[in-house]
Design a protein around this ligand. Structure first.
Ligand code: ZN
Length: 467
């Protein structure tokens, strides 16, 4: 091992190879965003400056048979960046926006560029990179590509996959694959970038990306709605999608318990609509005409109120009111303030949701009684819910029992997924078969073996038994 560290230091420069106590310090620094993320104890943290550096690292690690775990912003929630005993490959110094092409509406960025910086870079040129999620200030472009992150505006612009036109990735043996396509249409053979998007660093290390941009919308309207029955949620969603002419960009539902947690002390938020409703919905539109869009937005919401689908509504009248509404939805850390919670992000058909949640909640209460905490919110328009469950001290045994209940009920609903957006990492790999057929998993193993025959890239993640 010492020999490999010395080889890496010779190849990259001493400052790019942190080992021993310095590696643990770098690990701690990578966890400063306040999320409970387990990165393990890496043997070394490597900080390349260029794609050529990444290629050198992988060539050496490949020859030595050493595991390499790519690190972006380390904000993932499934232990996908856990680098215990491995070489952590941090892309933090490869963080530049290399080019923004306004005519073709694309930007080329390095993988370590923080998402928010990329979004602001696009915005400064009158363009929009429509990926938005709570970890925007720490998550990196490479990380959101490796995990195919979703977030709050998937309803309109899709997941990360839908924004990536091309990328550059380094394979396990150090081969650099330049797939920096900039075209919207390119059917010349296999779409190789898809191998790397959402594969959680198990098939290659993403080093650069070409992202598709949109014109920056000229208007923004946000409202908070109260809804009294689940069946009114999809009806309201359908009404808004139909009547807002494609400008609906978010439809975020907060169940009552989530709303209570983010609107009561010690949370900074206060109720914008009174407590007492079972559902609160944050809706957002991004349009083209500030005054006409605001009026139309109000009329459409008035229609939903008249139809009885929405019981109460508040429209934000200023930027600060819009921010106040979004800060409730974004204040997810409040959910864990009353004790440790197990986090799930399931996807299922909208009409399966109430029955599913009811079944899981009943089973949890039957097993754990009144000490069980159950908090739900999510991207209803995408069929994706965040469910958090807390019982007692959050022991590993309790965690396993909760998983069995949450995923057991999910497996009884055909077509459902154990992960809408967080991915599999270490945490969910034992449940992959709930959402994927044996043939799919066998094909995943074939691809993994073809691209990484020595199993050095993020081993043990996604597929069980590959560590
Ligand atoms: Zn989410």
């Amino acid at each position: 091992m010492t020999q490999l560290i010395e080889q890496l230091a010779a190849a990259l420069g001493q400052d790019a190879v942190l080992s021993g106590a310095a590696a643990l310090e770098a690990r701690d620094a990578a966890q400063t965003h306040g999320l409970a993320v387990d990165l393990g104890a890496p043997l070394a943290v490597l900080r390349p400056r260029t794609t050529a550096d990444v290629a050198r690292i992988l060539r050496l690690a490949h020859a030595a048979g050493r595991a390499v775990v790519p690190w972006g912003g380390c904000t993932g929630l499934v232990d996908g960046a856990s680098a215990d005993g491995a070489l952590a490959l941090s892309l933090e110094r490869m963080n530049a926006i290399e080019q923004i092409d306004e005519t073709n509406r694309v930007m080329r960025v390095q993988a370590g560029c923080v998402l928010q910086k990329a979004c602001e870079g696009a915005e400064a040129r009158g363009l929009l990179l429509p990926l938005d999620l709570g970890a925007r200030g720490s998550a990196t472009v490479g990380g959101v590509i490796a995990t195919n992150a979703g977030g709050n505006r998937v309803l309109r612009w899709g997941m990360t996959r839908d924004m990536v036109l091309g990328l550059e990735a380094v394979l396990a043996d150090g081969t650099v694959v330049n797939a920096l396509n900039t075209l919207i249409k390119n059917n010349a053979g296999y779409d190789l970038k898809q191998l790397f998007i959402g594969s959680e660093g198990t098939l290659g290390v993403v080093t650069r990306a070409v992202l598709r941009l949109r014109p920056k919308p000229l208007s923004e309207n946000v409202a908070l709605l109260a809804v009294d029955a689940f069946e009114h949620l999809p009806r309201t969603l359908t009404r808004l999608e139909r009547e807002l002419g494609g400008s609906l960009s978010s439809f975020e539902v907060m169940w009552a318990e989530f709303y209570r947690l983010v609107t009561t002390a010690p949370a900074l938020g206060r109720p914008i609509l009174p407590h007492g409703h079972p559902f609160y919905v944050l809706v957002e539109t991004r349009g083209v005409n500030a005054s006409a869009d605001a009026e139309h937005f109000e009329n459409v919401l008035a229609g939903a109120l008249e139809a009885g689908e929405v019981i109460d509504a508040v429209i934000a009248k200023s930027d600060s009111e819009r921010k106040a509404m979004w800060s409730l939805r974004d204040d997810v850390p409040q959910v864990t303030r009353e004790g440790p919670m197990c986090a799930f992000d399931v996807s299922l058909k909208i009409d399966d949701m109430p029955g599913y949640l009811d079944e899981v909640h009943r089973a949890l209460k039957a097993r754990w009684g009144s000490e069980c905490r159950f908090v739900v919110w999510g991207h209803l328009g995408d069929g994706n819910l965040h469910v958090m469950v807390g019982v007692g001290d959050g022991s590993a045994q309790a965690h396993h029992e909760i998983e069995a209940q949450v995923y057991g009920a999910l497996a009884r609903r055909p077509g459902a997924s154990i992960s809408g957006e967080h991915g599999i990492g270490l945490q969910k790999r034992d449940y992959l078969s709930c959402s994927r057929t044996p043939e799919e998993i066998a094909l995943m193993r074939t691809i993994k073996a073809a691209l990484d025959p020595r199993n050095i890239l993020n081993p043990g993640k996604v597929l069980a038994g590959s560590s």
